[in-house]
Ligand binder design. Structure first.
Ligand SMILES: C[S@@+](CC[C@H](N)C(=O)[O-])C[C@H]1O[C@@H](n2cnc3c(N)ncnc32)[C@H](O)[C@@H]1O
Length: 447
């Protein structure tokens, strides 16, 4: 689908003046021939007619010429619209209005699945359910969160969350107001601290092979006083916890009041199934890696399907997608070109046809049929899939990692430096904006 959308463009996306393709060229020629034939015939006919007629005939001729002119120009206009600008083609539209620099093309390479609706400003999921919060709420949240973030105990959270996802997690936890928060993957405890800022009195359960207190010996870390740690020698994987027992012990009866945060780099298909089996309904995944990237099979990869706008990919080396990707790779660290995207037999899904798990320690090939079935399954159990947008455009944050062409439009758009500054974002170090990987909130439907 992407291939089809991209092929409808006359020029490549960055304004390189490619020659029109031969098919596009012949299409233009065909219109010209047709138009010339009509005007030639009409003028022959008219010249014959005027010789032997009077004033009335002259008026008829003028009217006829006028109609011909209107018809001709509308033919030209509509054929241009058809070839160059398809109605939903964000990128072509952006170029049409003159915004063709690399920084202002959010979603230009397609953003799979529901996020596409967000690009169109609908903010709805497949089933018509939508998150309750609006972009205004996100802006308000940002204003409140920046001073909180500045007080974080772990200033340099390399390998953990940066600003965008810290804000996303804080915002969602505060909005959903769960009775219990569970995190899988704590590292030094930054995400535990974020959850605590959102909900000061709510109990947390944290699962992580290494206890965050271990990091305290070497530098800043966060250990929470109202958190039950299944960590260190007490570590249990999320899929092996006796959740009914643990939740009962904490007095939690309503599973729809529990928020789970996964930042453990495990196959997200596996994690959704485990959560579904227990009956949890609100999940946030920190690392929602794009197709062809990352160390575990992610929701975004699962949702990347040919029948979804912006989904499915062409491994054809001479395609528009290949050209765009190779150019974007020069600008964005996480952009992948067609060589990286596609494995043997043109397998583009997952990571080159592999379903990664556990920080890529497990790496199994997956057939397209299985991959497709996974997406259908996910689709069947979800009410909401919502990707956190990046907090601000790259011209403001100077981030160089994620490719805007595969991300939804940011909360603070490029060019809005005044707002960026007013929100206090200009005070933060650029490095905190480099960790965005499409954090996603899933709401599982009531089963
Ligand atoms: C990227 S770090 C988490 C960062 C943290 N959430 C933050 O933002 O600061 C991933 C963590 O997952 C932990 N981990 C590895 N396997 C895990 C598993 N099966 N369950 C839970 N955590 C796991 C790692 O030890 C590591 O601490």
């Amino acid at each position: 689908m992407l291939e089809r959308a991209l092929s409808s463009r006359r020029y490549n996306i960055h304004g390189d003046t490619d020659e029109p393709s031969s098919s596009e060229y012949s299409k233009t020629m065909k219109h010209n021939h047709f138009f010339c034939r009509i005007t030639n015939r009409a003028s022959n006919y008219l010249s014959r007619f005027t010789i032997g007629s009077g004033y009335l005939c002259f008026c008829v001729i003028i009217a006829f010429l006028f109609i011909l002119l209107v018809f001709g120009s509308s033919l030209l206009f509509s054929s241009r619209g058809f070839v160059c600008i398809s109605s939903f083609d964000t990128l072509s539209r952006a170029r049409f209005f003159g915004f063709d620099d690399l920084e202002s093309d959010f979603g230009a390479l397609g953003v799979p699945w529901y996020t596409y609706n967000l690009i169109l400003g609908k903010g709805r999921s497949k089933h018509g359910n939508t998150v309750e919060w609006t972009s205004k709420d996100l802006l308000k949240g940002l204003e409140e969160f920046v001073p909180i973030y500045e007080t974080r105990p772990i200033k340099n959270n390399l390998y953990g969350m940066g600003f965008d996802h810290s804000f996303g997690l804080w915002f969602m936890a505060r909005w959903l107001k769960p009775d219990m928060m569970i995190e899988s993957g704590a590292f030094k405890g930054h995400s535990t601290w974020v959850l605590r800022q959102a909900m000061p009195d709510t109990p947390i359960i944290s699962l992580s092979p290494r206890h965050p207190e271990k990091y305290l010996k070497k530098g800043p870390a966060y250990v929470d006083g109202n958190c039950t740690y299944f960590a260190g020698k007490d570590f249990v994987d999320f899929g092996s916890v006796d959740w009914p027992k643990v939740l009962h012990k904490h007095g939690i009866a309503d599973l729809s009041r529990v928020l789970i945060f996964f930042d453990d780099h495990q196959n997200e298909m596996k994690r959704v199934e485990q959560a579904l089996n227990v009956g949890f309904r609100h999940l946030v995944f920190e690392d929602n890696y794009d197709t062809g990237t990352g160390d575990h099979y992610s929701l975004r990869q699962i949702c990347d399907q040919s029948y979804i706008r912006g989904g499915g990919h062409s491994c054809f080396k001479n395609s528009d997608e290949a050209r765009i990707r190779s150019r974007r790779k020069k600008f964005w660290e996480k952009a992948v070109d067609i060589k990286e995207l596609c494995g043997p037999d043109e397998a583009w899904w997952g990571v080159r046809g592999y379903m990664r798990d556990n920080f890529n320690h497990s790496n199994e090939p997956i057939s397209y049929t299985e991959h497709f079935q996974n997406s259908r399954f996910i689709e069947s159990i979800l009410d909401v899939y919502w990707e956190l947008p990046p907090v601000a455009g790259p011209s403001l944050t100077h981030q160089t990692r994620y490719d805007p062409a595969r991300a939804p439009s940011p909360i603070v758009e490029d060019g809005k430096y005044g707002l960026f500054k007013r929100l206090g974002l200009a005070k933060l170090d650029n490095s905190v904006f480099n960790g965005y990987t499409q954090m996603v909130y899933l709401q599982i439907s009531e089963q």
